[in-house]
Write a protein that binds this ligand. Structure first.
Ligand code: HEC
Length: 215
């Protein structure tokens, strides 16, 4: 009886060991939240469950009716790069940021006049990778999956030439080509450790970048 028991007991052990191997290998795999195949980025999925960092908007009304980017931009960072950012204040090699474009919808609500999000109209991405973009400034590359009519998304995307996208990012973005000054979650969370996740400070402004109006 004793022998039998110990034989049986081996099975769960073996299963546990197998699981451990699987867990370790998936956590290694989880290092990258994107797939680049034959030089094209496969459209990432699941990013609305990553860490949301902010929503810039440059509406037509404030830009003579011709804003270059008139939609809301919901920006997300992959969870591992977020963990690295809150620990070190830097973007790790392998960072991906997704920017989802949302049209301006209604301009009135029961709360007053304003800008309210309408529909999803596009998707862009930027990735920092030495392996893939050794010669790009800061090792960042830029992608768009949006169709011209903003009604569909492509399955894959080729990186833009650096000059098409990077010039603005190089000159005006606060941290390593990323516009962290417009993403309060990132600017407040930079190197802030556990406080980056919110709720720890009574002083809301504690970690925010200096508002531009003050300069
Ligand atoms: C005219 C300057 C300018 C150009 C050109 C430009 N961007 Fe940006 N980009 C910005 C600004 C400003 C932000 C942040 C505010 C916003 O989203 O409106 C931004 C934010 C982003 C973000 C979110 C992450 C981040 O780095 O802040 C992505 C992704 C992005 N742009 C992709 C692109 C792609 C793809 C192109 C080329 C097709 C491009 N950008 C060209 C100014 C520019």
């Amino acid at each position: 009886m004793r022998i039998r028991m110990s034989k049986l007991a081996r099975y769960p052990l073996a299963i546990a060991a197998g699981l451990l191997v699987q867990l370790t290998s998936t956590s290694v795999m989880a290092g990258e939240y994107y797939t680049i195949k034959d030089g094209e980025l496969q459209r990432p999925t699941g990013y609305r469950e990553w860490v949301y960092v902010g929503t810039p908007l440059t509406p037509n009304e404030l830009n003579d009716g011709k804003a270059a980017f008139p939609e809301f931009h919901n920006v997300y960072i992959d969870p591992e790069s977020w963990a690295h950012w809150k620990k070190t204040g830097e973007f790790r090699d392998g960072t991906i940021l997704m920017k989802e474009l949302i049209s301006v919808g209604t301009k009135t609500a029961v709360s007053g006049k304003g800008y309210f999000m309408g529909e999803f109209v596009g998707l862009e991405a930027t990735i920092k990778s030495k392996q893939h973009f050794r010669d790009e400034p800061g090792n960042w590359a830029y992608y768009s999956f949006s169709s011209k009519d903003h009604k569909t998304l492509s399955e894959t995307a080729k990186p833009f030439p650096a000059a098409a996208c990077n010039a603005c990012h190089a000159g005006a973005a606060k941290d390593d080509f990323v516009f962290t000054q417009f993403y309060p979650v990132l600017s407040a969370g930079k190197g802030a450790g556990e406080k980056a996740s919110g709720g720890f400070d009574a002083d809301l402004m504690n970690h925010y970048v200096e508002p531009q109006a003050k300069k």
